[in-house]
Ligand binder design. Structure first.
Ligand SMILES: C[S@@+](CC[C@H](N)C(=O)[O-])C[C@H]1O[C@@H](n2cnc3c(N)ncnc32)[C@H](O)[C@@H]1O
Length: 286
């Protein structure tokens, strides 16, 4: 595997993914009962925005850094995301948090995180970032297999009634990732049907995603929502023109919280022809 998230951390796709992640965590925290988060593809947890990888691609500069500089007077979910990123940065606004660090930042004493990362050096870096936090466990293992091993979530004899599974694969071969994703979602829903499942996906041409979406819509989740941000028209199959978050069993009013953030995101990070959309693939009967 050649993928290293450091080249992409803080790009427009990370911004969308992490804004939705923070909103999901905020929704889980509306109740006192403990929750469990499984981050199947966790990465190294913190990324240096001044480092070689970030500078080589400039993706953070045209993504998160541009959004932060635009200082959008945004809706609450956008403010919550920007605050969470700032609070995860120990220095002078020079690092960007990965998903496991954003989760760790949100956890309460009773909540737990299991973060899986296949690359040994990335997993070792993540262990350092989360060292000393007894609520967080880093596993140097395949995140898809962890869906079977770690769900339904439990600690000793206690089962967690609530939880979130974040699936954020590298898509080195885009269509090649679809089969393990669908299998993991199916397995997860069987083992932990009440869980929230969040899948990040890249968008080159939107139309090519239809087979994946049809398969996911047929899974036995109560509801399925997609949230997409395209920073340019999806007319090039060679570039990542945008990305999406697919949420199975989304919490109540997630769509209403996220919808007003998408215009300011597109204005800050988009080019001509940027667009956004929220689509229910499946909705619970009223
Ligand atoms: C897109 S990055 C994750 C970024 C992270 N979720 C975040 O938001 O900050 C994907 C990560 O998955 C790792 N990876 C690839 N295949 C994996 C697998 N089967 N199981 C666990 N990790 C995997 C890669 O090494 C990479 O660090």
């Amino acid at each position: 595997m050649n993928y290293r998230h450091g080249f992409h951390a803080g790009n427009h796709a990370d911004v969308l993914k992490h804004l939705v992640l923070v909103a999901l965590l905020d929704a889980l925290k509306r109740k006192d009962a403990a929750f469990f988060v499984l981050d199947t593809h966790a990465g190294r947890g913190r990324y240096d925005l001044r480092g070689d990888q970030a500078r080589r691609t400039g993706e953070a500069a045209s993504g998160f850094v541009r959004l932060r500089e635009a200082q959008p007077a945004g809706p609450p979910a956008l403010r919550a995301y920007l605050e969470a990123v700032a609070e995860c940065d120990p220095g002078e606004a020079m690092s960007y948090p990965g998903s496991p660090l954003l989760v760790a930042h949100a956890l309460r004493d009773q909540d737990r995180l299991a973060a899986c990362e296949l690359q040994p050096d990335e997993a070792a870096a993540l262990k350092t970032v989360l060292a000393g936090d007894p609520r967080c466990h880093v596993h140097n293992r395949d995140g898809y297999a962890a869906v079977k091993a770690l769900l339904p979530p439990r600690e000793g004899n206690t089962r967690f009634a609530r939880g979130l599974v974040l699936i954020d694969p590298p898509y080195e071969v885009q269509e090649g990732e679809y089969a393990p994703i669908v299998a993991a979602l199916r397995e997860g829903l069987e083992r932990f049907p009440q869980g929230i499942y969040a899948l990040w996906y890249p968008i080159k041409r939107r139309a090519t995603l239809q087979p994946l979406m049809r398969k996911i819509a047929a899974l036995p989740a109560r509801s399925a929502l997609t949230i997409e941000l395209l920073v340019r028209p999806d007319d090039s199959p060679l570039r990542m023109n945008g990305s999406g978050m697919l949420i199975l069993n989304p919490p109540w009013q997630l769509d209403a919280a996220i919808e007003p953030t998408l215009r300011p995101l597109a204005q800050a990070m988009g080019e001509a022809g940027a667009s956004w959309r929220l689509t229910w693939l499946k909705q619970e009967p009223a």
